[in-house]
Design a protein around this ligand. Structure first.
Ligand SMILES: Nc1ncnc2c1ncn2[C@@H]1O[C@H](COP(=O)(O)OP(=O)(O)OP(=O)(O)O)[C@@H](O)[C@H]1O
Ligand SMILES: [Mg+2]
Length: 478
């Protein structure tokens, strides 16, 4: 932006200087002190001598042989010719200038001062004029006419073209510069503006192109990252919203099913359909089971929402997890005594002291066990508990011989409301909260939970719990 106009200014200055100085060599003198200027040329010396002779003896210039001699000398110094005018009459015209319109020659005196360049006979010449009086007091003028330097001539003749060319070049440069500036600045800004407008209107799907690595590029990059984040968060929000809607639909459905059953059985009793004590017993038993399911479902929902809002209190205490698990399994064996369930418990040697909340940990194991019992499709059900000790954590495993979980579902089963079996209203259908509640509780104990499974071969749910170190209990309860 700076360089180009400067360059043009220099070119213009050179051309103008050339126009008024006449010769490119003269320009060199501008930069040199006077003592270093070019030495006086032969022509100049002759010119000085002519001036001297004019002053001393103007009559000499009536002598044709003297004039011829001077003309000859001038011719030999370059393309220079001599013209002598007496009054209005040209008394000598160099043979080379034959046919020249002498009327165009500048007039006598100061006002007939000459332009460094003149066009004579369609030729550019530089004219030097010496005015004097002949002995008879008539006005005399001596013209030394030099064919102007060809470059200067060119400049003079082509000055309008050069000038127009210069302006065109300037316009072109300006146009090009404007184009590049607009390309590198205005276009990215306009893109950003458009993108911001799109964002305002809620359309976050179109990526913002990053065109460069400069500040604007970085700004565009920042915008793009913001767009991605916003898009992600909106997508999450939408998914969350979907989830909630689905939850409400699911809960309504899941609550409706047992209530319809209960209503049906109560109507049966009221209308006297349960007319024998056995029938009555069965009816009441069904009503009780359904009411218990309902109660459990509501509890689970309530628990999950409390965990979600982080409003569930945890009461941390030291627990020997091996003993705790033994007790649990014993209780479980008692509970499933009537069902065909084989329960195995392996506890490896180790230290299993942890700090945890008994009730909540029981909820975790129960949820896992319930799943296994619920989803096992075999006649002979097998549950095997395994407890082992890692350096800082203990590792709990529960394997079953159920249908297993496909690998794409494996990561998702810990998400809330996720059910691998999407069909609702089946006997097995739950709310899909069991494992997400378990995950939340395990995370509160600084552990992690995951599942391993081979389709058809059963499922293993594993979790780790941090072993109790010094002060752990205090830390956790605070
Ligand atoms: N042992 C298992 N064998 C096969 N599939 C399982 C097993 N455990 C969990 N799943 C799958 O993971 C899904 C999520 O389990 P989760 O316990 O979170 O929900 P749920 O059992 O459907 O409902 P809820 O436990 O709230 O009654 C289940 O729907 C089931 O498809
Ligand atoms: Mg479950």
């Amino acid at each position: 932006m700076i360089l180009v106009p400067v360059l043009f200014a220099v070119i213009t200055a050179l051309l103008v200087a050339l126009l008024f100085k006449g010769d490119i060599k003269e320009l060199l003198n501008i930069y040199l002190p006077p003592e270093h200027h070019y030495q006086i040329s032969g022509k100049d010396r002759l010119y000085i001598q002519l001036q001297k002779n004019i002053l001393k003896n103007p009559g000499l210039f009536l002598n044709e042989s003297y004039i011829k001699q001077i003309d000859h000398r001038l011719n030999s110094t370059g393309d220079t010719e001599l013209v002598v005018r007496k009054g209005q009459k040209v008394i000598y015209l160099s043979p080379e200038l034959k046919g020249m319109d002498t009327g165009e020659l500048p007039a006598f005196g100061l006002y007939g001062d000459v332009d460094p360049f003149e066009k004579l006979n369609n030729q550019f010449v530089s004219i030097k004029k010496l005015d004097f009086y002949f002995p008879d007091d008539s006005e005399g003028s001596l013209f030394i006419i030099t064919n102007a330097n060809s470059f200067a001539k060119f400049v003079r003749s082509s000055f309008p073209i050069l000038f127009i060319g210069l302006i065109i070049i300037l316009i072109l440069t300006n146009g090009l510069l404007t184009y590049f500036v607009s390309k590198s600045i205005i276009r990215p800004i306009r893109d950003l503006q458009k993108a911001a407008k799109r964002m305002k209107e809620g359309d976050l799907s179109i990526p913002i192109k990053v065109r460069s690595k400069d500040e604007l590029g970085q700004l565009a990059q920042g915008f793009e990252e913001m767009r991605i984040r916003l898009n992600d968060s909106i997508e999450k929000q939408i998914a969350y919203e979907e989830n909630r809607k689905e939850l409400i639909a699911n809960i309504s459905h899941d609550l409706k099913t047992p209530i319809t059953t209960i209503k049906g059985y109560v109507e049966g009793i009221r209308d006297g359909v349960a007319n024998s004590p056995e029938k009555m017993d069965r009816y009441i038993q069904t009503i009780f089971t359904k009411a218990r399911d309902l109660d459990r479902m509501i509890d689970e929902l309530f628990l999950y929402s409390k965990l979600d809002l982080q409003r569930l209190p945890f009461l941390f205490e030291k627990i020997n997890f091996d003993h705790y698990l033994e007790d649990y399994v014993e209780e479980l064996r008692f509970d499933v005594a009537e069902k065909q369930v084989e329960i195995q418990l392996i506890i490896e040697k180790g230290d299993y002291l942890i700090v945890g909340d008994r009730e909540h940990l029981k909820r975790v194991i129960t949820n896992i066990v319930d799943n296994s019992l619920k989803y096992i499709d075999k006649e002979h059900k097998k549950l095997s508990f395994h407890l082992s000790s890692l350096p800082t954590h203990l590792l709990f495993k529960l394997s079953d011989n159920g249908p297993g979980i496909s690998s794409e579902n494996l990561k998702l089963i810990f998400d809330r409301f996720y059910r691998a079996d999407q069909a609702r209203g089946t006997e097995k259908g739950g709310s899909g909260l069991g494992l997400s509640i378990a995950k939340r509780i395990i995370e509160e104990h600084h552990g992690s939970i995951w599942a391993e499974s081979e389709s058809g071969m059963g499922t293993t749910i594993l979790f780790t719990l941090k072993k109790a170190g010094e002060q752990s209990e205090k830390n956790l309860n605070n």
